[in-house]
Design a protein around this ligand. Structure first.
Ligand code: SF4
Ligand code: SF4
Length: 339
């Protein structure tokens, strides 16, 4: 038996949450594109397994700009006070499963050496309801150990049955609380899509990267990279940030702002030297970090195969062309060793 929810009941749930002053986030349509945004009524939320919102849900846990403390001089005395932590309860509906799967990956970063209480509080206050995905030509979740209906990072999942119903899979107590008495038992079940067409072996890529740090793949492909950083901003697992003091001489805020390893100034030293002085070195860092350095340290890949980086890159890059070529080169090295 499955648990079934109708579209009308889903709208009822969203309306009740909004009227209870909960922050509800869902995919919405804006200027011909889709974005995860806070919604003010249930009709704004779009539940369609085909759409791929441009942004990532990471910004609801790790905002682009976040105050971490305030400072103010009172005469010669400097008074520093903590910024307030996120207090609301937020529920994200219709997240792609690969977006939710990035959350346990980010947990490791934000609770490894330093406990980032801003991120951790948002994680605690948030319930994530995913929508089973229909992969497109940029998706490759199965190559990084996930699937179109993986439950990693999700509290519950909706799987469409026709146009008016969903099968509901409940994974946590938080997920159960959202649906409560609105679901009914039924023999029906949702259809999960086939795997993405793109497939590569992530272990092969990881091993090859360990032995070929400065492979010429990075020079060959990065020549067209604009260094715009869009791939990192839409990526659910990229997490670079900078700390800056913003304000006047007497009062202001210390803030955490998103940064990107694809920006030329990211590693620019005060001396003028830049250890990653060109786009090839910056892309090498991104690929090495995602497919070798992070896996070596934390045991999982820093990529969920969402395809956002390629979908939003104006010169058709993203991580995929690199990993595909690295895998190909690895296979040809192995073949030449055998012959
Ligand atoms: S890979 Fe594409 S999106 Fe990323 S920095 Fe280069 S041009 Fe921009
Ligand atoms: S690197 Fe690209 S495919 Fe991987 S998680 Fe980030 S945006 Fe998605």
């Amino acid at each position: 038996m499955s648990k079934i929810l109708t579209q009308d009941k889903l709208k009822e749930i969203i309306s009740t949450l909004i009227s209870d002053s909960k922050r509800v986030v869902a995919p919405v349509s804006t200027a011909g594109k889709y974005f995860y945004r806070e919604v003010s009524n249930s009709n704004e939320a779009i539940f369609n397994s085909v759409i791929k919102p441009t942004n990532s849900i990471k910004e609801f846990f790790f905002p682009q700009h976040e105050k971490i403390c305030n400072y103010c001089y009172s005469g010669k005395e400097l008074i520093v006070s903590d910024a307030e932590l996120f207090e609301s309860e937020q529920i994200i509906f219709g997240s792609r499963p690969c977006e939710a799967a990035a959350l346990p990956v980010l947990d490791k970063v934000f609770s490894w050496d330093f406990q980032d209480r801003f991120f951790q509080r948002r994680r605690k206050q948030t319930t994530v309801i995913t929508l089973a995905c229909v992969p497109d030509d940029f998706c490759f979740c199965t190559s990084v150990g996930l699937s179109a209906d993986n439950n990693s990072g999700a509290d519950a999942m909706l799987i469409p049955i026709g146009n008016n119903e969903f099968e509901v899979r409940l994974f946590t107590e938080k997920g159960k609380l959202i649906f409560n008495d609105k679901i009914i038992e039924s023999e029906k079940s949702g259809d999960v899509s086939d795997s993405p067409k793109i497939k590569f072996d992530a272990n092969t890529v990881q091993n090859y990267l360990s032995e070929h740090f400065g492979d010429d793949v990075f020079d060959r492909l990065s020549i067209k990279c604009l260094g715009c950083g869009a791939c990192t901003y839409v990526c659910p697992t990229c997490h670079c940030f900078d700390i800056a003091d913003e304000g006047g001489a007497s009062c202001g805020n210390r803030v955490k702002n998103w940064d990107s390893c694809q920006f030329a100034f990211f590693t620019h030293h005060a001396s003028g030297h830049n250890p990653r002085g060109n786009q090839s070195a910056r892309q090498r860092n991104r690929i090495q970090h995602k497919f070798r350095i992070y896996p070596d340290k934390f045991g999982s890949i820093l990529c969920t195969g969402c395809g956002n980086c390629a979908r939003e890159c104006s010169v058709s890059l993203g991580v995929l062309p690199y990993v595909e070529l690295l895998e190909k080169k690895s296979k040809s090295v192995e073949k030449s060793k055998e012959s």
